[in-house]
Design a protein around this ligand. Sequence first.
Ligand code: GDD
Ligand code: MN
Length: 371
Amino acid sequence: MRVFEVNLLLFAGLALAFVHFSVPLAYYAYARTRWLGRPWDIAFDPSFKPRVTVIVPTYNEAHIIEGKLENIFSQEYPQELLEVLIVDSSSDDTLERALKWAGNKGFNVKVLREPSRRGKARALNEGLKEAGGDIIVLTDADSLWAPGALAKAVQALSDPRVGAVSCIKKPLSEDSVEHTYREYYNVLRVAESKAYATTIFHGELAAFKRNILEKLGGFPEDIGADDSYTAAITALEGYRAVILESVECSEKIPQGPHYHWWRLRRAQHLTQNFTKLLKHIPKAPKNFKPILTAEAYLHTVNPWLLPLATILLIAPAMKGSILATLTLTLGLLLLPLKTYRTWMQTQIYLMIALIRNLWNKELVWKKLDKA
Ligand code: GDD
Ligand code: MN
């Protein structure tokens, strides 16, 4: 290899590595300094009290369903305006337990038993047909809402410019990687929401205006991230889809090797979502376009620059380039740093997810043990 070729590889490798790290850092810095501090520019109306249907899709949640219902009905919201609809495909006694609990307490819980298990999105669409509320709130059985979450989400929806609201997430587990990942993402979600809308919503609490959902034709059944995709197309329709820092929820995190499968499945669903959204970028509203572009890029393109840069730098390193060797060594030496490790781990999930989507989209997924 000629000196010129070695230098070309070195330059290309360094450039890709630089882009891989600097674009997300620049986006994060921009979001934090320019967007996060802005006022919400949303007219929160505490007297807005529409009928609300909370849809809980369930697959074998018997052990937690009572706690989940307890948590929903402990929210401050007029009981006569609140209905919970459980759409169930369990083989355990989730429904029996839910009905018994509701019967004893006298709360408005409706159930829909599916003939077979067909995935979460199908369940949501079945639920949507039966829901009586003007606001539809989705929530996973294994999540809990902090006090005031429902009321605050509904108040934001009183503003005609707001189409959807979701929560920030607090993991219940002690896992430090999950905590670091969450801190970074919660800041981004709120900052993007203040600028206009965020592209990532959470199934733990995702509230939508029913008329918008009907216009959109319900939830997509061909991809996994029903919540995030619906939020993004709500934003494409010109409504804000926001995550409020005052709407908090927590979720159970799978432990041990299950954690990796869980992160991989979520990454698969997210990347399916962004792949499907790519074609909509040109017609996105002005304030939403940079957000959608940045997030789609960060989830589908940016991860690949990392292995590419590594491969390009190996040849110059072997030919004695000190710069290439230093860069590769630094990449390894930084691994004990938690933030860096978390980042690397996320990039790996995203890349495997994009590849695995080619043959398995995980639309009906295995139930994982959660702490
Ligand atoms: N009816 C029905 N049918 N419900 C289901 C099915 C199904 O086939 N599969 C899962 N559910 C229910 C679960 O019982 C739970 O209440 C909710 O859907 C979410 O399932 P989890 O198994 O808890 O999902 P997760 O927390 O690991 O996944 C998260 O990411 C997904 C996207 O990757 C959640 O935030 C989901 O909401 C999100 O769609
Ligand atoms: Mn869950």
